[in-house]
Design a protein around this ligand. Structure first.
Ligand code: MG
Length: 307
């Protein structure tokens, strides 16, 4: 039994930033490889407007196939609206991720409505989902917004005060969307949130490594008591607001850090690195992370010594 839960987000958060359509069979093979490396919870796809995000147009087929093939995989899917929730449930979704932003401008840019309107939408999503569907709430720009900069914690709490009472047993991910959060900010926000809301809430952290603080921020969240972390193999995923910068925290970096501290992740690092190497070869992939490159360099130098 792992000590923490790593949620692999590359099939959604990573692939959606690649413009050339990735064949559905390749997406499914990627999810199978991640599952074979030990990942048991994967954000498999998003049910969003296919005209807005053509990469996710095959959401139904991806989800239906992996639900049938990998019965012990907890496959979560992102939904921004009640309408898309109906599509996700039709495809057999058992775990939904509702996303909204604390920042007014960021939420308008993402889903064309105010955060308060998204909170109302969430009530509709909960009604459709019912008690049998697992629910995660992704709170984007919980620390920092690409347009407005630093986000005041009272803005985060104003939204959560509205939403948590609708479903107090929810999992809430506070997301550092820009990667500009610092470890102290991460630890403080989680500590205050945990003190403010009922113990039934499960907390998760979604970080980005754009400024090199991805692992440090994960550790700060862990220090505060968070045990669920989002990560993406090979750090797959761009950051549209920082061209050329790396995106999500690399899963292998998180695994390396936790396993090195004696905290079990349940993930086979060697298998994960192999998947990361294949992921890097995906046309248009923007990758990052440190551990994979370090281990590959070490492997190459070992080969030279052997020869
Ligand atoms: Mg992300």
């Amino acid at each position: 039994m792992p000590d923490i839960e790593i949620v692999e987000v590359s099939p959604r958060d990573g692939f959606q930033s690649i413009s050339a359509f990735i064949p559905t069979a390749d997406k499914i093979a990627h999810i199978r490889a991640l599952h074979a490396a030990g990942l048991r919870r994967i954000e498999a796809t998003a049910f969003v407007s296919p005209s807005a995000v053509p990469q996710m147009a095959d959401a139904h087929e991806v989800l239906a196939t992996i639900r049938a093939d990998l019965p012990n995989l907890d496959a979560q899917v992102l939904v921004p609206t009640a309408r898309q929730t109906e599509r996700a449930l039709d495809a057999g979704a058992a775990h939904l991720v509702f996303v909204l932003s604390v920042s007014e401008r960021h939420n308008w840019g993402n889903v064309r409505r105010s955060p308060q309107e998204s909170a109302q939408e969430y009530a509709g999503v909960l009604a459709l989902a019912g008690a049998q569907t697992k629910m995660r709430l992704n709170v984007a720009t919980a620390f920092d917004c690409p347009y407005d900069g630093l986000i005041d914690r009272h803005q985060v709490f104003a939204l959560l005060d509205l939403m948590i009472p609708m479903a107090p047993a929810v999992e809430v991910a506070l997301c550092d969307t820009t990667g500009r959060a610092t470890p102290l900010h991460v630890r403080t926000l989680f500590t205050e949130a945990m003190a403010r809301y009922p113990a039934s809430v499960r907390w998760a952290f979604h970080g980005h490594d754009t400024y090199g603080l991805g692992a440090a921020n994960i550790l700060a969240a862990w220090d505060a008591g968070v045990r669920i972390f989002d990560a993406s193999v090979a750090g797959l995923g761009g950051c549209p607001f920082a061209p050329g910068a790396t995106g999500n925290v690399a899963t292998e970096d998180a695994v390396w850090m936790f396993e090195g501290m004696g905290i079990k992740t349940g993930i086979n690092l060697a298998a994960l690195i192999e998947t990361g190497q294949r992921t890097e070869a995906t046309p248009g992939a923007q990758t990052g992370g440190r551990v994979r490159r370090a281990l590959m360099a070490r492997k190459a130098s070992d080969r030279r010594i052997d020869a």
